[in-house]
Design a binder for this molecule. Sequence first.
Ligand SMILES: [Zn+2]
Length: 274
Amino acid sequence: MFGPTPIHRRCYRPEMPVPRRYTTDAIVLSRFDLGEADRVLTLITPGIGKLKAIAKGIRKPTSRIGGSLEPFAELQVALARGRTFDVVTQVSVGHAWLNLRDSLESAATAWYLAELADRSLEERHAAEPLYALLRRAYELLDAGMAPDRVARWYEMHLLDELGVRPEVDRCVECDRMLEADGRFRWVPPLGGVLCDRCPGPPHDRAGLSLEALKLLKAYQRLDVAALAALRIQGSVERETEAALREFTRQALERDAKSLAFLDEIRHTAVQELS
Ligand SMILES: [Zn+2]
C-alpha cells in the first residue's frame, strides 16, 4: 500500500457499520482457491470499497453460485458478515460484458485495470469513483474500443482520482505555460512535464515529443468517443503508453504484475500479423 496520498480525502469516508447481511453491486478484482472447494475473492463495491469475501464450496460441481462469480462482470452479491472474510450467499449477474472476453488482449487489459484498482484501494473504504471508472472501462472494452486507448484513459483518470493528476500544461518546476515550439521532458517523480529552461533532476531524461504531449492532454480532456476516433501514429501511442505507465508505476510504487502478461499477448499478436 502506498502512503497517505490524497486518495484518502477523495474516495474514503469514515467506516460505517455494515449490517450482518447485505447485498451490493460488485466486480471481482482477483481470486484464489482455498482448501478443497472454496475460493477467496477480492471485490470492489461502490459503497464498501474493496473487500475480501469467501465463496464456500464454489468449486464443487453442485455449487449454486459457481458459474456467476466471475471477473469481468458486474454482479449483485449477497454477503453475510464472517469472522475473517464475509461469506458470499447469493450471486446474480447484472452485466456480463461477454464481448470483452472474446479477445485475449481486451481480457488481459481488463485484468490490468482490475489490478490497478486493487492496488489503489485500502479495504473497506467507500470507492464510488473508482468503481464507476472500472465499470466504464469494462463497458468500453466490451463495446470494442481499442484496449490500449481504454487503458490510457483509465490510467489518466485513475491518477486523477488518486490526487496525482499529471501536469501537462505548465512546467512542473517554473510553472510557465508549455509552448508548442519548446522542448519537453517527462519527469514522473516531479509530477509531469518539465520545460527546457529548467534543469530538473541530475540524470538526464529523454525528451517528450510534442505529439505525445498533445495526446496526454487529450486523455485528460476529451471524452471517450473523441478519444476512440483519434487517428494517432503508432510511435506516438507507444511513447504515450510508456509515459503513462511510468507515471502510474510511480504513483502506485510498483509494477503491475499483469503487465508482463499483457505485453506478451500483444507481442505474440504482432508476430502473428507479420
Ligand atoms: Zn520550467
